[in-house]
Design a protein around this ligand. Structure first.
Ligand code: HAM
Length: 432
């Protein structure tokens, strides 16, 4: 029989890597709480129309990458429905905002999410078909202040704080404004005209995009096309006065907060809902898939999917890419994480006493691995050295006297420690 494997583009995450995922998520939750965000959990699949209308029919995500199926009716009262595994979560959050009337309170809604997304892309390092995003959205009726450039700046300042607290150094914030939908229309027209004399020298994708969605030409990575793209009109010249003023206010607040950024006039992003501010945080260590996260403002998205006016701004971090970046940093700087101690009972008859000792130490907050009395001492030592910083030997003598033998692997020193002092001794991680 052929052995079954995880499907192409999907992965199993195993310990110890999952400890890093949990640490990232805990830090993100902590930062989001301090900025007054609450968690939202939306379904993993949605009506296909949500993404077609929300993200945009012409985008790569919707036209090529979605996992879509016809869901059969199970009863006469049900209809066959086209469903899609979510390729991103902004459209789902805005759908939920509309469905639950979250704007009716007049309050700004600040929501975050952590969860899997699905895109049928060509898998490579940092690009998977199932991947996880940590994202957040700030939206509300205009009266809630949702259009204010302060919201954009606060989101970007929060991201800088989160990356710093995670210990990610060397990120770059790339920033742009794609203006209002009228500005974009103007810019699309300018691009279309500028592309006419040069498009036949460009790649096949660009030739198609020049007709369907000229803005996407700016995403092209083909080296031969770059000199042509560099000479195309820039979007900043198509922005109307309110969009210019909005962007100037965003950058002024970032300057005041000391958040560094680089202006990138080609940053138009691959989803159609963006208006005004767009951004990406990139990291050199990631190689070709260098976008750690992306986001922007989407002032017309709610209306595009049948809701009330609800301007908003948000982002999604590629959690898989965050993990890759942190792993690279950790490999350079530190030893793998290990348990505080491994308890080795000397004989099967001491297994229950070892369980009691482990329970006592774990209760006091220590990270303990419990050995097996049936093992020879040599085997216990080998297992202990792989998983823990210290080994605690529990034989008949130790049990009777209440004095335990502890060996610290980093120094090779063996110490006698009274049971009452054991937890404090083991908690000290500095080599004695
Ligand atoms: P996005 O740029 O499509 O934006 O995705 C955000 C991030 O998700 C990317 O920067 C990348 O780190 C990660 N990502 C995307 N595709 C993959 C993949 N196949 N494998 C691994 N990581 C991936 C959005 O999804 C928007 N919903 C962001 C947003 C929120 N805009 C406003 N609010």
């Amino acid at each position: 029989m052929t052995t079954l494997k995880a499907v192409r583009g999907t992965r199993d995450l195993l310990p110890p890597e999952t400890a890093l995922w949990n640490r990232i998520e805990a830090t993100a939750r902590d930062v989001f709480a301090r900025y007054n965000f609450g968690e939202i959990r939306t379904p993993i699949f949605e009506d296909t129309a949500l993404f077609a209308r929300g993200v945009g029919e012409e985008t790569d995500i919707v036209s090529k990458e979605m996992y879509t199926w016809e869901d059969r009716a199970r009863a006469q009262s049900e209809k066959t429905q086209s469903l899609t595994l979510r390729p991103e979560n902004t459209a789902g959050v805005v759908r939920a905002y509309i469905e639950h009337g979250l704007g009716e309170s007049g309050q700004l809604q600040k929501l975050f999410y952590i969860g899997p997304q699905f895109r049928r892309e060509r898998p490579q390092k940092g690009r998977y078909r199932q991947f996880s995003q940590i994202g957040a959205e700030v939206l509300g009726p205009p009266s809630s202040g949702s259009e204010s450039p302060l919201r954009d700046a606060e989101i970007l300042e929060m991201l800088a704080t989160l990356l710093d607290e995670l210990g990610i150094a060397g990120w770059t914030l790339e920033l742009n404004s794609v203006g209002s939908s009228a500005d974009r229309e103007r810019y699309n027209q300018a691009l279309r005209e500028a592309l006419v004399p040069v498009v036949d020298q460009m790649c096949a994708d660009c030739q198609r995009r020049a007709v369907t969605n000229p803005l996407r030409v700016l995403d092209c990575k083909i080296p031969a096309d770059q000199p042509i793209i560099e000479k195309l009109p820039v979007i900043a010249d198509s922005l109307d006065e309110p969009s210019r003023a909005h962007f100037a206010a965003v950058t002024a607040a970032l300057d005041a907060a000391g958040v560094p950024y680089t202006l990138n006039h080609r940053l138009v992003r691959g989803l159609d809902y963006y208006t005004r501010t767009t951004f990406e945080f990139t990291h050199g260590g990631l190689g070709a898939q260098n976008a750690l996260l992306g986001g922007g403002r989407y002032d017309g998205l709610s209306e595009a999917i049948g809701g009330p006016k609800a301007p908003g701004i948000g982002f999604a971090i590629g959690e898989d890419r965050l993990v890759l970046t942190l792993q690279a940093a950790l490999n350079q700087n530190s030893a793998p994480l290990k348990a505080d101690a491994f308890i080795a009972p000397l004989g099967e008859n001491l297994n229950p006493a070892a369980l009691v000792l482990a329970r006592e130490l774990r209760y006091k907050g220590l990270w303990i691995e419990l050995g097996e009395g049936g093992f020879r001492l040599k085997k216990s030592f080998e297992a202990a050295e792989k998983t823990a910083r210290r080994i605690v030997i529990l034989g008949e003598d130790e049990l009777q006297s209440g004095i335990l033998t502890v060996k610290t692997f980093s120094t090779g020193i063996q110490t006698k420690v009274p049971r009452a002092e054991l937890a404090v001794f083991l908690a000290d991680s500095s080599p004695e």
